[in-house]
Design a protein around this ligand. Structure first.
Ligand SMILES: Nc1nc2c(c(=O)[nH]1)N[C@H]1C(S)=C(S)[C@@H](COP(=O)(O)O)O[C@H]1N2
Ligand SMILES: [Mo]
Length: 203
């Protein structure tokens, strides 16, 4: 159940219902799939219902707001795998920073969350690069020098509303793109806007 759910979510993130304009990737994936497999109408309705239930579950699940930081970090005496697990409480307790910016998928919105550099500092990182892993199995390396230069946040809120898996949550790296539009809109740097983040490995 988990993987189809995440796949489903990943599709929908390309065109979240509450986000502006861009519908380039909006395809009726589920419907197409059902038709191809020739399932009767009732299964079709059931699958649509299931995905709606999944969406609600994502909305209602506060446990998703958590982040594992591991790899080249300071010795964590209480953690057998030497990772720092940022709980929801720990993330929400950190100083909140706001960035007003558009993204590849949205107009100009207010994004809030801790500075990525504050999170990394708290985990006691030692390396020079991080790899960010998302729930949809996407991952991306980002050099720390780049992070220090542009000071992105790990956004857990957009316009005052907590992000769900459906709209890029639980955590979404937001760079101040509107402030550095030329540099931050390149293909390489657009790839660094990782959404649905679950883990960061320090290298
Ligand atoms: N979680 C997650 N974040 C992601 C991606 C992704 O597939 N999953 N795609 C990355 C890439 S390669 C780019 S160019 C931008 C825009 O991706 P999209 O236009 O395919 O959504 O988001 C980045 N962040
Ligand atoms: Mo991309």
């Amino acid at each position: 159940m988990l993987m189809p759910f995440l796949k489903n979510v990943k599709r929908s993130t390309h065109c979240p219902l509450n986000h502006s304009g861009k519908e380039k990737n909006h395809r009726a994936v589920t419907v197409g799939g059902v038709r191809r497999f020739g399932l009767p109408c009732r299964s079709h309705v059931y699958i649509v219902w299931l995905s709606l239930m999944s969406a609600n579950a994502a909305h209602a699940d506060p446990d998703l707001l958590q982040l594992d930081v591991d790899g080249n970090i300071e010795y964590q005496a209480t953690s057998p795998h030497n990772e720092h697990i940022f709980t929801r409480e720990e993330l929400l307790a950190m100083p909140v920073h706001a960035i007003q910016s558009s993204t590849n998928w949205t107009g100009s919105e207010l994004w809030e969350g801790p500075l990525l550099t504050d999170v990394l500092k708290k985990a006691g990182i030692r390396g020079s690069t991080i790899r960010v892993f998302a729930y949809d199995d996407y991952s991306q390396e980002i050099p720390l020098a780049f992070i220090r230069k542009y000071e992105p946040i790990l956004a857990y809120r957009e316009n005052g509303r907590e992000l769900t898996l459906k709209d890029f949550g639980p955590l979404f790296i937001i760079f101040p793109r509107d402030q550095y539009r030329k540099e931050l809109s390149t293909i390489t740097n657009t790839r660094r806007f990782v959404f649905q983040i679950r883990r960061i490995e320090v290298k």
